[in-house]
Design a protein around this ligand. Structure first.
Ligand SMILES: *Cc1c(COP(=O)(O)O)cnc(C)c1O
Length: 385
């Protein structure tokens, strides 16, 4: 443990294993791709990937090509591992990507031609997944632009520069009930048509993938051959309004904790933090937590969140600062503070000690649990257990 930094994110790899098993039960016939983009949603890219590999994961997905190159290095002892990537610029070094045997997403004929010529230069076949925009309005060929993409792919396949190994798309509203269900049904139908067209063009052996966590959990028809495991793998629900993390039998794998750097008694009427938005209503002990918005602690949650120690909750008071925030420990007994300097408090976790979850933080900050864990700055040490 890094004793120079009085806070840490504890990452429980056994909870990761449990979540993977739990998600595997959704459909035993669907392959799993662990999405480890953005430093594995803040949990530590290489460590999560290596652990997931140990738990049987064979596919990984990262958004940026640079992340994929990094991951390939981290997994150099496991060259069979498939690494899927879907964001790169028009002048990206595709030759290096092909040499690194990445699975590259391709949305249009221009990109396909660039990949093919990079493959020629690399002297190696490029492995690609055709992306279809079925309603996300992001990457992928629109259905009416799929035919020319398939033609270009067929040509490059015959020429031997490209191996088309997959076709995929992404749901925009897979987590929503109600109107979202209809939108998902439309995306599903569009994807099925795209897969059919690809089949007719002779691509009969493709890996078809449409679902992220929400599709895996809530849309059995969207499972196809492979599901991209994201937020649920980290033990969080894709949408707490649809199903809570607990009801999905997932366990948040990250716990953020910090050691109080100081505890002092403030007299009644004394303000706390910028703007003096909170004023001590009585003489009370204030603890300083050495984490702030520079660490990724969302300032929007100011005054609406709490920390916990030994099953006791302590409200966060005043505005969250850049590197620290304050908690109201209460008036204590006689001259003894409820917690002493150095005491460890839980900032978020699985809630088992009364601490808020990432879902609680998301609610307080009016955001989603994804941004809570993903936003945790690299300067906070990660400890793996
Ligand atoms: C981020 C992402 C995922 C994972 O999404 P979750 O909701 O976290 O499961 C899957 N596929 C694509 C294309 C993504 O961008």
């Amino acid at each position: 443990m890094d004793t120079d930094f009085p806070a840490r994110a504890i990452i429980d790899l056994s909870a990761l294993e449990k979540n993977l098993q739990q998600l595997g039960k959704c459909d035993p016939n669907v392959q799993a791709m662990a999405i480890v983009k953005a430093n594995a949603y803040g949990h530590g890219g290489a460590q999560i990937a290596l652990a997931a590999l140990k738990f049987g994961i064979k596919w990984f997905g990262v958004a940026q090509l640079a992340e994929a190159m990094q991951l390939r290095k981290a997994l150099k002892d496991f060259p069979q591992t498939r690494i899927f990537t879907w964001i790169f610029s028009p002048d990206a070094d595709l030759e290096a990507a092909i040499k690194a045997e990445l699975d590259i997403a391709v949305s249009n004929p221009e990109t396909l031609l660039r990949v093919a010529s990079a493959a020629r230069a690399a002297g190696k076949k490029a492995r690609i997944h055709l992306a279809v925009d079925t309603g996300m309005g992001r990457e992928g060929a629109l259905p009416e632009k799929l035919a020319p993409l398939l033609s270009a792919a067929a040509l490059a396949s015959e020429e031997g520069t490209v191996a088309v190994s997959g076709i995929w798309s992404h749901l925009a509203r897979g987590d929503e009930a109600g109107a979202g269900e209809e939108a998902t049904a439309r995306q599903l139908a569009t994807f099925q048509q795209a897969c059919e067209l690809a089949f007719q063009r002779g691509f009969t052996q493709l890996v078809h993938h449409l679902s992220a966590s929400s599709g895996l959990l809530w849309h059995p028809q969207a499972h196809f051959d492979l599901a991209r495991y994201g937020i649920a793998m980290y033990g969080l629900t894709p949408n707490p309004e649809r199903a809570t993390t607990a009801s999905l039998q997932l366990t948040p794998i990250m716990r953020l904790e910090a050691d109080l750097i100081s505890v002092k008694k403030l007299p009644a009427g004394h303000p706390v933090s910028y703007g003096g938005t909170w004023v001590a209503p009585q003489d009370t002990y204030i603890g300083i937590v050495p984490l702030g918005y520079a660490d990724g602690i969302d300032r929007h949650a100011s005054g609406k969140i709490w920390v916990a120690a030994n099953g006791q909750k302590y409200p966060q008071v005043g505005r969250i600062c850049m590197d620290q925030f304050m908690v109201d420990l209460g008036s204590g007994e006689e001259d003894k503070p409820p917690l002493a300097a150095g005491a460890t408090v839980r900032v978020w976790g699985d809630g088992s000690q009364g601490e808020p979850t990432a879902d609680d933080w998301a609610k307080a900050a009016e955001t989603i649990n994804y941004t809570i864990v993903t936003g945790l700055n690299p300067r906070v040490p990660r400890v793996y257990i």
